[in-house]
Design a protein around this ligand. Sequence first.
Ligand code: PLP
Length: 505
Amino acid sequence: MGFLSTVPATSNSNVDIHNLTTTVYGSAIAGRGAPRFELAEEEMEPRVAARFIHDHLLLDGTPSLNLASFVTTYMEEEAEKLMMEHLSVNFIDVEEYPASAEIETRCVNMIARLFNAPVDTPESEALGVSTIGSSEAIILAVLAAKRLWKNKRKAAGKSTENPNIVMNAAVQVCWEKAARYLEVEERYWYCKPGQYVLDPKEAVELVDENTILVCAILGTTYTGQYEDVAGLNDELEKKNKELGIDVHIHVDAASGGFVAPFVVPDLIWDFRVPLVCSINVSGHKYGLAYAGVGWAIWRDKSFLPDDILFTVNYLGSPQVSFTLNFSKSAVQVIGQYYQLLRLGKTGYRAIMTNLTATADFLAQEILDIDQGERFELLSEINGAGLPLVAWKLKNLGKYDEFAIARTLRSRGWIVPAYTMAPHTETMKLLRVVVREDFSRDRCQIFLRDLKDALKQLDVTPEVVLDHQAEQHLQQAAAKHKRSHKHRRHDNHSLQGTAGKTHAVC
Ligand SMILES: *Cc1c(COP(=O)(O)O)cnc(C)c1O
């Protein structure tokens, strides 16, 4: 037995066992946890760092099962490869990367023509820019409109105080941001029970000589309905004549810009409408590119005042720059260009038609539950709105839409329940956005889980349901308190004043 050491292994204390281990979870860091507040002194193995971040991110939802969002969760491998190859290209450096800049121009030309922008010849360059998303595009469009209005007012010797924008209170939060950042009064038309899109006549009543833009939404985030751009145009033409003013329309086509041209080509909403001066669209929604790309398109040069444009040198020739950012990756624009080339009109039409059919199928199946006794549909069918399904309970029983959302969440599905826009906020609804990867097959699995969730809720005693709802509220409040990002410091916005809950988009 003499070969057994009498010295305990642990007494060899000057050797750090972590120097000997080559495993991720045997490492010192696995025993301690990753730093949260201060940059660590020591390095970490690449494998270990990557594994920790990977493990942490597992707590996020699965993007494909997130039926709340409009943002692309699927692109082909070829597109992903192309994007990976160009991760280090700085988009703003047009001198170094002229090909990326030309790709942007090509995208602008194609999208502007898709929106029927007037162009002199088939080879004329259209006017627009790529952005990080519709939010940046909308801020730029409001900035241009405000400056244009100001310049005209100044020239006429009139006051340039108190500019305003007229819009539906159901606008996406970026409109509130644009108005507040750029100091423009928000003039809201409010939804009423049964009407969630702008009434053209009532909206135009809010227009006066200080109105810099009227906003029309092509696909509201609440119900996906398209606002009546042509009707708005007619009312606004009358008003312009009556007051001797020149107010134009901006169409927020964040979601609908890549849907309507393919599903309802006869719907007149774009530059075919005379007073439409600018349009935004999110490339990362139905443009089918990954997050980080949007587009702002203007009818013509007269809507982009020179004094807000900057000129950068592009291979010796001047290139106009109109953006809120400077350096950014070129990969999102490259991803968008891939989709435009790859799909063409036929490809987009095929995908958007399928999505619309899937949304119709889902809507019908939901309506059919309990022979139509249970749910009421709030979104459109047959392509008259975005391919999404928004619905509500017909009668409030012992549980509400939020309880259904919670139960679906426990199956992995992220389906938002939210309250309607200001003045109709007592109404609750559920919404499923039909994205490219929400195939008919996935839709059928979702329906099965929805029906199971309802069955489960039906047999759950009321006290338990009430307790769960209460617990959920408490957890939400605690989360709110913990999060520095969501400090309630706004007494001005629709969220602060009217308790508006912004639909996820
Ligand atoms: C998504 C959305 C926006 C904001 O777009 P981002 O691309 O996310 O910045 C604005 N308006 C509407 C109607 C939207 O759906």
